[in-house]
Design a protein around this ligand. Structure first.
Ligand SMILES: Cc1cc2nc3c(=O)[nH]c(=O)nc-3n(C[C@H](O)[C@H](O)[C@H](O)COP(=O)(O)O)c2cc1C
Length: 183
């Protein structure tokens, strides 16, 4: 069976990001099942402005191409000041009118010190832009820095089990999702 394409988006642009390491760990773990493409342009997307002609902005075009090419999306993010990191929210705002998330299987992992407020806020945003099965495909990992090693391995057994469950649900949904526009 052809591997499904997953675009991953890290909500942290920090060099030593735990969320980045977590996405790497997931990519390494599920490499036999899925093709992972990490979106690395979050920090260079311009600020969203509804007046701008996005078809002329190279960074926006590249972001949307990566989303359109994906069978599924994984967002992994910290919480900042009880909210969604601005760079991540900005990226999502670029997709609201063009509906790249609409009906696309999407998993949300919030890996933060606490994370519950940002997680709830981003879940609501993903619901309103119709990310597919987002209420099933979501995981909050508090104290994340103690659960992912410097070498990008998931060092906490319970977290590993939770990630495995989330990914198995995502893979199941991807295999059920036919490539028709209405899906
Ligand atoms: C500006 C800023 C604000 C933060 N606010 C929160 C917060 O409200 N809740 C929380 O759980 N963690 C907060 N943190 C801590 C992050 O969760 C923690 O640093 C996390 O590891 C960052 O993710 P990263 O390692 O992927 O960059 C904050 C960190 C920064 C830099």
């Amino acid at each position: 069976m052809m591997k499904k394409n997953i675009t991953t988006i890290c909500g942290s642009t920090r060099q030593n990001s735990t969320n980045h390491k977590l996405l790497k760990a997931i990519g390494d773990f599920f490499t036999d099942d899925l093709q992972f493409n990490m979106y690395e342009g979050l920090g260079s997307l311009p600020h969203f402005n509804p007046d701008s002609n996005e078809k002329t902005i190279a960074e926006v075009i590249q972001f949307k191409q990566l989303l359109n090419a994906a069978d599924g999306i994984i967002i992994c993010t910290p919480e900042y000041a009880h909210g969604v990191p601005g760079a991540l929210k900005n990226a999502i705002d670029w997709t609201v009118s063009s509906c790249e998330f609409s009906h696309k299987p999407t998993a949300l992992i919030t890996a933060s010190t606490d994370g519950r407020y940002g997680h709830a806020a981003l879940l609501e945003t993903l619901r309103v832009i119709e990310a597919k099965e987002i209420d099933q495909l979501q995981l909050l990992i508090p104290f994340a820095q103690t659960k992912v090693s410097k070498e990008a391995k998931i060092s906490d057994e319970r977290t590993l089990l939770e990630i495995q469950k989330l990914m198995s649900d995502l893979i199941k949904l991807l295999n059920e999702t036919a490539v028709f526009p209405e899906n």
